[in-house]
Design a protein around this ligand. Structure first.
Ligand code: PLP
Length: 410
């Protein structure tokens, strides 16, 4: 009889979005004429840039001709895309990355979920709280999280609270942590770390021998000069950090699927039997065994993001979302809400103005103004009392939602 990986059974169901869905469906069936505005799920809505579409058409044509047809590509990604990534995302910021350090993938979620396979089960994982759930759940699957407590926390995971009280800046762990997940600009809070704040983490990791897994999926939305775009802008980070990037939000690729991971060659971890082990070599081994590369068409599409037209068109879409974010921020501030994020990230995080719990306020928003947000507590215990709104909707919906908030008597 086949034995299951018991770790999967200790995972709770995907409670957050299914619970939201259930509530929305129940509301819909009672009030079928209510016009709901969805500001909950973090998915883009703008169509792909023309430069991207043109590149995909061109790549499809190549595939239809025996002279230009391509079969399996390199598991690590095509050189043409890796070159553009290095030239555009890193060199202008003074960061030198080698082509062999970049691994193209089908998105950041897969890589963030799979990277845990390289590490021993006994490593202690630290996450900011609230947190993008993939970091915690993937460690549960790997058997690294321990038991789920009534508090909603796993007993072997170190949680680093990020709330208005600490300005959403996590304190360094007060107990040893081997693997630290940082996501900046942050989902769900929309907040950021300055270079000086990020340096504290790099210094901590170098001092303690821990590893930072840096999720920069929202890098394209950074507007302020003091905010680092890459952890490698901090001296020493190549010795202690892996960086994950995505074309999902930067270029609207949530349905196309492309991202990349940078694993520096100088990055090592400890093996009891073999001393220091190069993580780049391990990740390469993992990818060449379990992954067969991203489609040629997709990689040509991603390459087009870096052409002058592609950049302009993608930037216009990002600016569109960030204008929505500014409308949400100022709309909520005007009515006295405590609002965070939304300056360098397309997420707006606010504390419930009636000091109620996240779910209670979510219900009120749904029932009274027909706006759907995401309850902050769904991202972790420190998210209790907060709501996340996304700026990824249409301008019309964003403006309409703010009008509803303004005329709402709370
Ligand atoms: N990382 C964070 C913090 C996210 O919020 C998301 C998606 O919402 C992802 C990663 C997933 O990125 P991808 O679409 O590249 O898998």
């Amino acid at each position: 009889m086949v034995l299951v990986n018991e770790n999967f059974l200790s995972l709770p169901g995907n409670y957050l979005f299914s619970e939201i869905n259930k509530k929305v469906m129940a509301f819909r069936s009672r009030y079928p004429d209510a016009e709901l505005i969805r500001m909950g799920i973090g998915d883009v809505t703008r169509p792909l840039a023309k430069a991207v579409i043109d590149a995909m058409h061109q790549a499809v044509s190549e595939m239809s001709d025996e002279n230009t047809f391509r079969g399996y590509g390199p598991e690590q990604g095509y050189d043409f895309l890796i070159k553009k990534i290095i030239e555009n995302d890193f060199l202008p910021r003074g960061v030198n990355i080698l082509p062999e350090e970049v691994f193209i993938s089908d998105g950041c979620k897969s890589d963030m979920g799979n990277i845990g396979g390289l590490f021993d089960r006994e490593n202690v994982v630290a996450v900011t709280d609230p947190v993008y759930p993939v970091y915690v759940d993937s460690n549960v699957m790997d058997g690294r999280a321990g038991q789920l407590q009534a508090s909603g926390m796993w007993n072997k995971v170190v949680y680093l609270p990020c709330t208005a009280e600490n300005g959403f800046i996590p304190a360094l762990p007060d107990k040893p942590a081997d693997i630290i997940y940082l996501c900046y600009p942050n989902n769900p809070t929309g907040t950021t770390l300055t270079k000086a704040e990020l340096k504290k983490w790099v210094d901590y990791a170098l001092e303690t021998g821990s590893l930072v897994l840096f999720d920069a999926a929202y890098e394209a939305f950074i507007a302020e000069d003091t905010i680092p775009h890459s952890i490698y802008e901090i001296d020493g980070a190549k010795e202690c950090a892996i960086e994950f990037r995505s074309f999902s939000k930067k270029a609207g690729f949530t349905g196309i699927r492309c991202g990349y991971t940078v694993v520096p060659k100088v990055l090592t971890v400890k093996s009891a039997a073999n001393g220091k082990v190069c993580l780049n070599a391990l990740w390469n081994r993992r990818q060449t065994t379990k992954f067969n590369g991203v489609s040629y068409i997709t990689q040509r599409a991603a390459e087009a993001v870096y052409t002058p037209e592609g950049k302009k068109q993608c930037d216009e879409n990002s600016a569109y979302y960030m204008k929505n974010a500014a409308i949400i921020r100022s709309g909520l501030k005007k009515i006295g809400f405590n609002v965070y994020g939304g300056v360098n990230a397309p997420y707006i995080w606010f504390s419930t103005p009636d000091n109620s719990g996240s779910w209670h306020f979510f219900d009120r928003m749904l029932r009274e103004i027909h706006v759907i947000g995401t309850p902050g507590v769904g991202f972790g215990p420190s998210g209790e009392g907060y709501i996340r709104l996304t700026a990824f909707g249409s301008r019309e919906d964003t403006i309409a939602a703010m009008k509803r908030f303004e005329s709402w008597t709370l």
